[in-house]
Design a protein around this ligand. Structure first.
Ligand code: PLP
Length: 380
């Protein structure tokens, strides 16, 4: 017997209450019963995004909402500024290129946040940039980008700010309306404690205006059509019924905890994880602007990160994420978003210490756990 722990930044664990809710018999989606559930989810999403605009639900993984953002806002030949500091930043650019947009890449060293000045300079240099596309949290490098400051740059200009908040929404407070974020996207399988399969997107008033003039081809991801349907508590096409039933339960749990407490919990777990990693003498991947969604660290010299990750999964039963592209085999990423609590961090750090000790790393067993415990005890 091996007990398994899922500590990767997506998909993330799903609470039992939510799993049981989703095991209920399928109901038909064109019924008052389903519309009542949809309506609760719709209001919950607005509360989570902190927006008065509709937050639309799509049956897709998170990337579906990213593609929806691109095809609903732009015309072929438009120029977009893409913050490219990791795999997901790169994805914004690739989607844009697939639809014939001109991409101005703002390359950021992996592990760093984008410099606000660099965005300001790019916008000044080319005022015709239609939008800045970025991540709230760049999961591949465990970096948080300065969304609030970026929104201050784009507010009152003709440039939209489009934020992939897939590992930021529900982790940190990102009040869409107050900050002036034009498009915010998230997905079900990260901080929302659900299986993969739902994507969410909201547009500001000026983004909706842009939508009216945007001519890129679209059919399934036609947000105007979804907005008209979802205002009536239904969807244009068959919704992912069970996931929506699960989402209603997720909101019940989240709002019972209180959003501020949700953010605080993420912050405490993230600080504890970082302290644990530091106490083990491991080099952090994002030293200056770490995200509260996940913590990345370089594996020590001479220890192969790919083998460490595989051993942690297959021998110890603990699944983390490794690195991609030039970070493949070099890093481990520990998640702390969604259904995560104190003792998930103890499991994470304990397993890392034990497997590093086996691999010959000379940090004393318990050092990382002890450093984390001091911070985690703030919760009690
Ligand atoms: C997971 C993730 C995505 C991609 O979502 P999929 O659900 O795999 O399509 C996009 N952006 C970020 C920041 C993510 O963490």
């Amino acid at each position: 017997m091996k007990k398994r722990y899922l500590l990767s930044p997506g998909p993330t664990p799903v609470p039992e209450e939510v799993l049981l809710e989703m095991a209920k018999p399928i109901m038909h989606h064109r019924t008052p019963q389903f519309s009542a559930i949809f309506s609760e989810c719709y209001k919950g999403l607005q509360k989570l995004f902190k927006t008065g605009q509709p937050v639309l639900t799509l049956a897709a993984s998170g990337t579906g909402a990213m593609e929806a953002a691109v095809v609903n806002l732009f015309n072929a030949g438009d120029t977009v500024l893409v913050v490219n500091g990791g795999k997901f930043g790169e994805r914004w650019g690739k989607i844009s290129q697939a639809y014939g947009l001109k991409v101005e890449w703002l390359n950021v060293e992996w592990g760093q946040a984008v410099a606000v000045d660099a965005v300001a300079a790019a916008l000044k240099n080319n005022p015709s940039i239609a939008a800045v596309l970025t991540q709230g949290s760049e999961t591949s490098t465990t970096v948080a980008h300065p969304i609030r400051e970026l929104a201050q740059l784009t507010k009152g200009t003709d440039t939209l700010l489009v934020v992939d908040g897939i590992t930021a929404v529900g982790v940190v407070d990102m009040p869409m309306d107050e900050w002036g974020i034009d498009v915010m996207v998230t997905g079900s399988q990260k901080a929302l404690m659900l299986p993969p399969g739902l994507a969410f997107i909201a547009l500001s008033e000026r983004a909706w205006k842009r939508n009216a003039a945007a001519k890129l081809p679209r059919y399934y991801f036609d947000l105007k059509r979804e907005r008209d349907n979802q205002a009536k508590d239904t969807t244009a096409y068959t919704p992912a019924v069970s996931l929506m039933i699960g989402l209603r339960k997720v909101f019940e749990l989240m709002f019972a905890e209180g959003l501020d407490n949700v953010y605080k919990r993420h912050d405490t777990l993230a600080r504890a994880c970082r302290a644990g990693v530091a106490a083990l003498g491991l080099k952090p991947l994002a030293p200056l602007s770490p995200a509260n969604s996940a913590t990345g660290f370089f594996t020590p010299d001479g220890i192969d990160g790919g083998k460490l990750e595989k051993g942690l999964r297959d021998n110890y039963g603990v699944t983390f994420a490794g690195g991609q592209d030039h970070l493949k085999g070099k890093i481990i990423r520990v998640a702390h978003l969604g259904y995560f609590d104190t003792f998930d961090m103890i499991v994470a750090l304990g397993a890392i210490e034990m497997s590093l000790a086996k691999a010959g790393h000379n940090a004393p067993l318990g050092a990382g756990v002890a450093a984390a415990q001091k911070i985690l005890n703030e919760r009690y």
